[in-house]
Design a protein around this ligand. Structure first.
Ligand code: SDX
Length: 431
């Protein structure tokens, strides 16, 4: 817990209130208004939480002005280059990079939790084949609480640990099964001799009729995509998980809530929406038309993959993703991918446009990820499920951190009520 370094004075109707100011290890100071309502009888008002710190956290920090992101102090570009997803999972969960022995034990544990209860296969058959895989994931992950009763007690540290490992391990299996079900192919079981990313690619693309060999370059690109999406401070879906957890809900229900929130096109659904936008643009010559629409206040259209609540500079994940896109498309012999050409031209034009400069709108993590995923053979509907697979470790790490916070209370915001004042019921004959 941060400690007050000084106070802010707030004067209302001639009465002054002293509010403690806490200084973080990085980022802006915060004014603690915990006691404001009790002292002054007023609420603060911040729809969308643009100026509100909701919790203490030591997991991830973003400097939006500099375009910097770090996990437990390590910058994302170094982690993307030198680490790998399961090691980043360990870092997010436990706060330090693992020793070789710790990493081996952790990877073995995750590997041995990748299968799901065989009876859960029946859930998939209850969905229409054309169900969006995010709908399937919300349902199946929520249903995990019906199968893993021995890891739903949030007050038991051992059960919290097992639930964390089960969720990280089983999400790729569930996502791959949702994809296989949608294309009418048989489920492919995970293999313990494959790394996390290779296992996921094989569960998605292997068929019983022939052997499937994972391309190590694609596996590395997949692992990097997982690493880049792992955690991101108190974004909408993480805040959803924290709010759900604050009521004491079990971890599977909380993660299902996070998946539901991530699905929105303003959040994790943007990667699918961005690729669909690039396809709709269709040719670089049409880019000015879409830029004009994005700037038109009367047009709800927004440039998907651009803008961010926190980043007012390049999203460092987009920078790494752009480099990875070049590598993957080059490997696949589609370096002249028309969508990548449109994306690069769109980025070039947008970052020079006065509107985007003034509003500090830069490409975000979702701008290039869809291009890589499509080149790897994923349908657009699988883009957000892949984001959900990766972000599960962030949700779970933040969930664990909140449960360990002695200051944790149920999240219950108040409101600025603008409705009718008290009035008596009117009988129907008098209306
Ligand atoms: C993710 O929070 C996280 O950390 C999220 C995430 C994570 O890892 O968890 O980083 C993942 O969700 C990335 C963002 C993916 N979403 C998109 O790419 C969708 C397109 N982007 C926009 O919807 C928007 O930029 C948001 C939702 C991302 C951010 O919205 P904000 O912070 O609420 O900003 P805003 O809507 O108030 O926009 C500020 C101004 C507005 O104009 P004015 O009302 O001031 O005149 O910028 C404009 C907006 O109209 N604007 C855009 C725009 N984004 C903002 N105009 C055109 N195109 C855009 N993309």
């Amino acid at each position: 817990m941060a400690h007050p370094t000084r106070t802010a004075s707030l004067t209302i109707d001639g009465k002054t209130y002293e509010l403690p100011i806490h200084s973080p290890t990085a980022g802006p100071d915060v004014i603690d208004i915990t006691k404001l309502y009790a002292q002054a009888g007023v609420f603060t008002h911040d729809p969308g939480f643009t100026s509100t710190s909701a919790c203490d956290s030591a997991i991830t920090f973003i400097d939006g002005d500099k375009g910097e992101l770090m996990h437990r102090g390590y910058p994302i570009d170094q982690l993307a280059e030198k680490s790998h997803y399961l090691e980043v999972c360990y870092l997010l969960l436990y706060g330090e990079l693992p020793s070789a022995a710790e990493l081996e034990k952790f990877e073995t544990t995750i590997t041995r939790h990748t299968m799901i209860h065989e009876q859960m296969h029946n859930f998939f058959r209850g969905f229409r084949r054309d169900a969006h895989p995010m709908a399937t994931m919300v349902g199946v992950v929520g249903a995990m609480s019906a199968f893993y009763h021995d890891s739903t007690d949030i007050n038991d540290a051992h059960q919290r640990e097992i639930a964390s490992h089960r969720l990280i391990a089983k999400m790729p299996t569930i996502a791959a099964m949702a994809y296989k079900y949608s294309i009418g192919q048989p489920f492919v079981y995970p293999r313990n001799d494959l790394d996390y990313a290779s296992n996921f690619l094989r569960m998605c693309f292997a068929v019983p009729a022939e052997d499937y060999v994972v391309d190590p370059v694609l596996a590395r690109a997949m692992d990097r995509i997982f690493t880049l999406h792992a955690d991101h401070e108190q974004n909408a879906s993480t805040s959803t998980v924290r709010l759900a957890s604050s009521s004491g809900a079990n971890p599977f229900a909380c993660i299902a809530a996070g998946i539901a929130c991530l699905w929105g096109p303003a959040h994790g659904g943007a990667n699918q929406a961005c690729l669909e936008m690039l396809k709709e643009i269709g040719h670089p010559a049409r880019i000015p038309e879409f830029i004009a629409r994005a700037k038109d206040k009367n047009d709800p259209f927004r440039l998907m993959g651009f803008g961010h609540r926190v980043y007012k500079n390049f999203d460092p994940r987009a920078t790494v993703m752009k480099k990875s896109a070049d590598e993957v498309l080059d490997l696949l012999g589609v370096e002249n991918n028309p969508l990548l050409q449109i994306a690069k031209e769109l980025e070039r034009i947008a970052v020079q446009d006065e509107y985007f400069i003034e509003k500090k709108l830069f490409p975000n993590v979702d701008f290039y990820s869809g291009i890589i995923l499509e080149a790897m053979g994923f349908p657009t509907a699988m883009f957000t499920p892949i984001f959900a697979v990766s972000r599960t470790v962030g949700w779970i790490s933040q969930w664990k951190e909140q449960l360990a916070d002695p200051a944790m209370k149920i999240g219950r915001p108040r409101q600025l009520y603008m409705g009718e004042t008290l009035r008596d019921y009117v009988e129907i004959e008098n209306r």
